[in-house]
Design a protein around this ligand. Structure first.
Ligand SMILES: [Zn+2]
Length: 242
């Protein structure tokens, strides 16, 4: 790409609703706080959130395995991220190599669990016991139960994505592809234990705001789309914003 001057920013705001319980594991830091063997990730104040890096990594990997990147994956070979620096995935998320100088377009914010206070946060957490089944007898192995903390189904998280726009027509196409990645995520899972039914999510109440470069200089008004739960509608509305 010749011109990498910022033309504006497109910001998508909305919510992520959990249709099933979700577990994104915490670090050793948060282990002390939770009662479960496997607590969900929380910040130092105990607020539950979906790290932007988790969302970004998940959508990126789904797009890579679905043919949006230049890399191909083979059975038995390590499934590394694309490093080409020129495919749609590398242009959206940035290349996985420091040698390639291309700005990444997308910033995904940490998404906090929507709750009025801490007691409401606790109400939205549950401990689920997961068994390990003895393959021969078909019964639960003694001591094979793990207590996994989950955010309960029906909970909502804030969702915010920022796209840096460098080339209006090209970047509209990339945003369309990214929203396709969001659709792939809705039919996949976020966090751990997806094959056990965890982590089914739905994006909703999505609205996009376009802020041209002039906006930051105090000149031009914002352009916004109407709120929608329909990802195709969102793509169409964004295509008319700038
Ligand atoms: Zn690539």
């Amino acid at each position: 790409m010749d011109n990498i001057t910022l033309k504006g920013k497109l910001i998508i705001n909305g919510k992520i609703e959990l249709l099933t319980g979700m577990h994104i594991g915490g670090t050793a830091e948060t282990l002390k706080i939770g009662g479960a063997d496997n607590p969900v990730i929380k910040d130092k104040n105990g607020n539950v959130f979906i790290p932007g890096s988790s969302l970004k990594g998940k959508i990126r990997s789904l797009m890579e395995i679905s043919g949006y990147a230049k890399i191909t994956y083979e059975k038995g070979k390590p499934g590394k991220p694309c490093e080409c620096g020129e495919c749609d995935v590398c242009l959206i998320f940035g290349p996985h190599s420091s040698n390639i100088k291309e700005p990444s377009r997308v910033i995904i914010r940490d998404g906090y669990l929507k709750a009025n206070d801490m007691s409401e946060v606790y109400e939205k957490l549950e401990i689920k016991a997961e068994n390990t089944i003895d393959r021969v007898s078909g019964t639960t192995i003694k001591g094979g139960i793990r207590n996994i903390e989950r955010v309960v189904a029906g909970s909502e998280f804030n969702y915010e994505v920022v796209f840096n726009i460098y080339d209006k027509n090209k970047d509209k196409e990339l945003i369309k592809k990214f929203i396709e990645g969001m659709k792939l995520l809705e039919d996949d899972y976020l966090g751990g234990s997806g094959s056990r039914g965890y982590g089914k999510v739905k994006f909703k109440e999505l609205e996009a705001t376009y802020k041209p470069k002039e906006y930051y200089e105090g000149e031009e008004n914002l352009k916004e789309t109407k709120s929608t739960d329909d990802l195709n509608q969102l793509t169409n509305d964004i295509s008319e914003l700038f």
